[in-house]
Every structure is written in C-alpha cells, then in structure tokens.
Design a protein around this ligand. Structure first.
Ligand code: B12
Ligand code: SF4
Length: 444
C-alpha cells in the first residue's frame, strides 16, 4: 500500500492540487494500491497540530503502508519535516518519499537532515511508479543501491548523496486521468472564487518563461494535452461526482492561443455546463479569447501582474509590460469576466517609487479584486541561486524562510513599504485578500 499524504494547508479546505491525484492514477493503473489521505476532512476547519498528528497516526495504523509520499512546498518545509518524523517513529521501515517544488530545489538538505529517504525532482509520475515497482519486488530502506539508475531520484548511498539521471518528461496524453475518486471530494468546501466545489485541471504542462522568482517542476518544455482528453476529464467529473466547478491550473492560460481557444470551443460544442477560473498574464488574452472563455463557463481570471513598474518587471524577466497587463485586464472585463491581479512588493529593482507605481496600477486597473503580497524568495529560483545578478541580497532565516533586499530598500524598509501599500489600498477600498496573511516570520 502506498500512502500519499495531502494537506494540511491553511483552512478552509477547498480545492486539491493535481500532483497527488495524477500520481495516484499512475500507480493504480499499474496495479498498485495507492490511497490519498487528506489530513483535513472530515473537519476542514482546524490546523491544530495535535489533531492532525492524531489523524496521521490513525491513517498509518490503519493502512500500514510500505511507501509514504508527501508534497513539500517551501513555506511548509518545517511542518512536513515534523510529519515525516512522526511517520518514521511509527513505521521505522517505511520508505519516505518527498516530491514537489521544494524537493526539486533542495533535495540534498532533505536527504541529509530529515527522515525522508528519497526525493523526487520534477514531475513524479514515472519515477514514483519505478520506485513502487522496486519496493513491490522486495527492495526497501537500508542499502539504497536499488535506486541506482532510476531517473529523477535523489538519495543517500554510503553516506554520499546520489542524484539520479535527469528524468524524462512524460508525454502528458499518455498519463491516465487524475484519480479523483481517491480524494474524498465530498468533504471539500466550495471554492471561494467559484462558489461551488471544484477540482483542478490542466490543459498543458511546462512553462517556456523564465521568471526570476519561479521554479517549476514541470520544466520549460510545453506539452499540450489533447483538447478532447481535457474536456473528457471535465465531463467525467461532472457526471461521476456532480462537480461542475474547475480550477484550470495552467501556468498561463492562453499561452498557446489556438489550444486555449479550442478547449473553449469544445466545451461549448458539447454543451458542458461548467464554471471555471484560470490564470493568465500580459498579452495572452484579447477580446476574442476572453469572449470564448466566458461562453465556455469561465467566470474569473487570476492575473500574475506582479508590479506596476516596467523596470521591475523586466529585471524579474517577467516578459510582460504594465501596458500589456492592462490590455489583458481590459479585454477580460469587456467580456464580463471577473479579474484578480496578483501584485508583489519585493522584486529586483524595488524602490519606494516602484511600489508607488504598483499602488497606482492597483487603483486604476479596474480589477474586481487585487491581491498584494510580499515576495518571498524560494530555493531553486534564479533569484535564490544568483542574487547578485539581480542586484538583490537574500537574507535567510531558519527552514528556508527568507527575505529580499534591493539597493533601495532594506528588509525592514521593504516590510514597512509593503504594509503601507497594503493599508493604502485597503483604506481606498481596493484589494480583497489579506496582505501578509501567512508569512511574517518570527525572526523578522
Ligand atoms: C493548486 C495549488 C495549490 C492548492 C493545492 C495545493 C497542493 N497540495 O497541490 C492550494 C490552494 C491548497 C495551495 C496551497 C498552497 N500552495 Co500552492 N499552488 C497550487 C498551484 C496553482 C497548482 C499546483 C498543481 O496542481 N500543479 C500541477 C501538478 C501536476 O504539478 P505539481 O503539483 O508540481 O506536482 C507534480 C510534481 O511536483 C511532483 N510531485 C508533487 N508532489 C509529489 C509528491 C511525491 C511523493 C512525488 C514522488 C512527486 C510529487 O509530481 C507531480 C506530478 O507530476 C501551484 C502553481 C503551479 N503552477 O504549480 C501553486 C504552488 C505550488 N503553491 C505554492 C505555495 C507556496 C502554496 C502554499 C504553501 C501557500 C501558503 N503560503 O500557504 C500552500 C501549501 C498547501 C499545501 N499543503 O499543499 C507555491 C510553491 C512554491 C515553492 N517553491 O514551494 C506554488 C508554485 C505557487 C507559487 N508560485 O508561489 N496551492
Ligand atoms: S511564474 Fe508563471 S510564467 Fe513565470 S516561469 Fe513560473 S510558471 Fe512560467
């Protein structure tokens, strides 16, 4: 039995990411018995660690898995390491596997300093399947040479950390449909942007852009899913689970205009009654695409606008200008779609003046909701690896927590400027989310 541990994230629990349901589907197709345990349901209203620990203990006692897999995002590093310790205490022989953004960026630390036995970097389907096959054939913890030759793994052998060969990217159409039945969807809350329960879907994987603040385990090569398979997946979710809401988690919807248009057309052609949101940026949407999106059930578009200052956007290699963002927002608005640009304070080149331009952009852009947050540098990104190239300094705290200073703004000044910007937007009735809701660190 292979246990994939999802959650806990901050309550309330609504949508699930696609990673574990894809991994579960691949394992199931190959004859394994994966289960996804979400540490939230049936009480999605708590992040009390004692309650969560108890749930994890129950899961392990009931399932007695041979492999436990977890996703790690950098901000939850400490929480995941703690959970891994708990698993190890209860099941000393279990193989603990970590995957996702953080293990892709910092596998050595996890292997050397935590209870995880193996890190999987990049997309994990083929690699986890290969691990499961070898464990199924009798391999386990101990001398780890059985992992030799599996692409995408990082592990320790004879005290040395071994990095497996680069993993081949799977042809995304050959992947089975996500194993939604493993998720316990009935326990999730309605998605706030859609007002109904929803699941995630992607129409392609990979991202050709190279934003300095991003690490993407999907890599740079864009691989589209065939239009009919994407819409089949949506239709199946509607039919089997009575769920009509979808979060299209494409890195940038509209990146390949013809493909995005074709998805919209196919939804309309099949008269599929779905409601969805997605993410885009810059000049990727125009009036025609926006109208087709609306006709196909799109109600809201998140927008990685990031900054109201062109120099800051250019220094982050964002690849879009403020005017392009504004044109995209206007097109979406004209089609009757809700827009939610996400802005950050603390990118390379940030100064009092550039933050002012971001605030002015937020006020005038005409979006329905604006989110402003403080940028946190993450491991594996160009900014983290080569800060001097971007004229910034990264101040590291414990557990990969970090803040960023530019030539104009010290860490303290950055925080204060971000807070002031947030207060100004809130008092002016602009904004929606809670600025700095998760991430002012204790050591700051
Ligand atoms: C949907 C989503 C969510 C959902 C679901 C979370 C989830 N567990 O996936 C919600 C809203 C709950 C959420 C919350 C958070 N998220 Co989020 N989220 C996303 C989003 C938009 C899509 C994720 C997705 O489904 N991708 C598609 C799938 C196919 O890819 P994948 O998840 O990377 O999974 C593949 C590989 O990474 C790998 N893999 C992943 N897990 C595992 C596990 C094992 C065992 C193995 C072997 C392999 C493996 O194999 C998978 C299949 O190929 C991404 C942005 C993005 N474009 O990826 C941000 C993103 C992943 N989130 C992020 C963050 C920071 C968070 C939060 C920590 C925010 C916060 N401060 O609270 C929380 C953490 C919650 C949690 N416990 O997971 C960051 C991660 C940055 C980083 N470097 O770590 C991202 C990249 C957004 C960003 N740019 O800031 N998130
Ligand atoms: S932030 Fe978005 S657009 Fe930029 S590289 Fe990452 S996934 Fe691509």
């Amino acid at each position: 039995m292979i246990a994939l541990i999802a959650g806990p994230s901050k309550p309330p629990r609504f949508a699930q990411g696609l990673g574990l349901p894809y991994l579960g589907a691949v394992l199931e197709e190959a004859g394994f018995e994966p289960r996804i345990f979400d540490l939230y349901p049936p009480s999605p209203d708590t992040d009390d660690t004692a309650v969560l620990d108890e749930r994890l203990a129950e899961v392990l006692a009931e399932a007695r898995p041979e492999i436990v897999g977890m996703t790690i995002h950098t901000p939850e590093y400490a929480a995941r390491v703690r959970l891994a310790r708990l698993v190890r205490e209860r099941l000393p022989e279990v193989l603990l596997v970590a995957g996702g953004h953080h293990p892709t960026a910092e596998p050595e630390d996890l292997i050397r300093n935590t209870d995880f036995d193996v890190c999987v970097s990049g997309e994990g389907e083929e690699t986890l399947l290969e691990i499961a096959r070898r464990v199924g054939a009798g391999s386990g913890r101990g001398a780890m040479e059985w992992l030799d030759g599996i692409a995408g793994v990082v592990y320790s052998r004879d005290g040395e950390v071994v990095h497996g060969l680069r993993r081949r990217n799977p042809d995304v159409d050959s992947l089975p449909q996500q194993a939604h039945h493993l998720l316990g969807l009935a326990d999730y809350n309605p998605h706030p942007a859609l007002g109904m329960r929803s699941v995630g879907v992607v129409t392609y994987r990979g991202c050709p852009k190279r934003c300095a603040f991003c690490l993407n385990p999907q890599g740079h090569r864009v691989r589209h899913r065939s239009v009919s398979l994407v819409v089949d997946e949506m239709a199946r979710v509607v039919q089997e689970f009575g769920i009509n809401g979808f979060n299209v988690y494409d890195n940038l919807f509209g990146l390949t205009r013809e493909h995005s248009l074709a998805i919209c057309e196919e939804i309309v052609r099949r008269r599929l009654k779905v409601v969805w949101d997605c993410w885009t940026a810059g000049d990727l949407v125009d009036a025609e695409l926006a109208e087709r999106m609306r006709a196909a059930g799109c109600v809201r578009v998140g927008f990685g606008a990031e900054s109201g200052d062109d120099e800051v956007l250019a220094k982050s290699h964002r690849g879009f200008s403020v005017a392009q963002h504004q044109a995209g927002l206007d097109a979406l608005h004209a089609a009757g779609l809700k827009t939610q640009p996400f802005l950050m304070v603390g990118l390379p080149g940030e100064s009092e003046e550039s933050v002012r331009r971001t605030v002015e952009f937020a006020k005038r852009c005409g979006a329905d909701e604006v989110e402003l947050s403080l940028h946190r540098p993450y491991p594996g990104t160009a900014l983290w690896q080569r800060p001097e190239e971007f004229g910034v300094r990264i101040i590291r705290g414990p557990n990969f927590e970090a803040s960023l200073e530019t030539q104009s703004l010290s860490r303290e000044a950055m925080l204060a400027t971000a807070r002031n910007a947030s207060d100004e937007l809130k008092s002016g009735g602009v904004g929606g989310g809670d600025f700095l809701r998760w991430d002012v660190y204790d050591w700051e």
